[in-house]
Design a protein around this ligand. Sequence first.
Ligand SMILES: Nc1ncnc2c1ncn2[C@@H]1O[C@H](COP(=O)(O)OP(=O)(O)OP(=O)(O)O)[C@@H](O)[C@H]1O
Length: 233
Amino acid sequence: MIVLKDLEKSIRSGLKKVWLLNQINLEIQEGEFVTIMGPSGAGKTTLLNILGMLETSSGGEYYFYDEAIHRLNERRRNEIHKEYMGFVFQAYHLIDDLTVYENIETPLLYRNVKSKDRKSIVADVLDRFNIVAKKDLFPDQLSGGQQQLVGVARAIIHKPRLLLADEPTGNLHSKQGEQIMDLFKELNDQGVTIVQVTHSEKNAEYGTRIIELVDGNIKNDEVIREIPKRIEV
Ligand SMILES: Nc1ncnc2c1ncn2[C@@H]1O[C@H](COP(=O)(O)OP(=O)(O)OP(=O)(O)O)[C@@H](O)[C@H]1O
């Protein structure tokens, strides 16, 4: 599904060029549940953002289903992102002037899902995440943990082929965190490919593979479990 060849990311900081990612070579097969770990500042979020097409690389190649992403313009990258991906942001990134309901509904609007179907899909997700009572509130009326739940609900509602999650349980109580990880595991069992960034060993255990990033380099890459046999997509 994903191939990175000598992928690099550098930024200018004053007069200096700073390398955030160095020559990353990586392949991710459909159905994997990959965890990216590593110390703060290692480049984990940068890598996830590039995979999610929210940031571009400075060099190297990125292929997604054999399409050369590094050659595409922003509009086409956005289309691919919306069609295939769900993204859970570390800082939630909910839309402030939309309600919880409307935030969760957005990916379905992008995909032109019919109004009647949208209603029942959103109702199911609100129920599943136990946030029915919050549906008419705005993000600033929610706690951090509740906003994170809404962010996760929004990322999975359209059944993306690839789910990218940056510290998805960082602001949740341990019980809520476990529920989210159980949900990720269930989605992975159904064939959704997942790449998560986390500092939590416990969360990493839900996955099939752990990649350790240090100073913008892959230091370790270990398969810890077989890719689940796909039940449905
Ligand atoms: N736009 C930017 N301008 C300057 N520095 C940046 C920029 N984006 C990232 N960095 C720096 O690049 C390094 C890698 O950042 P990144 O957020 O990818 O790390 P991380 O591994 O996700 O860290 P954390 O675990 O703390 O979230 C950090 O030192 C960060 O300060």
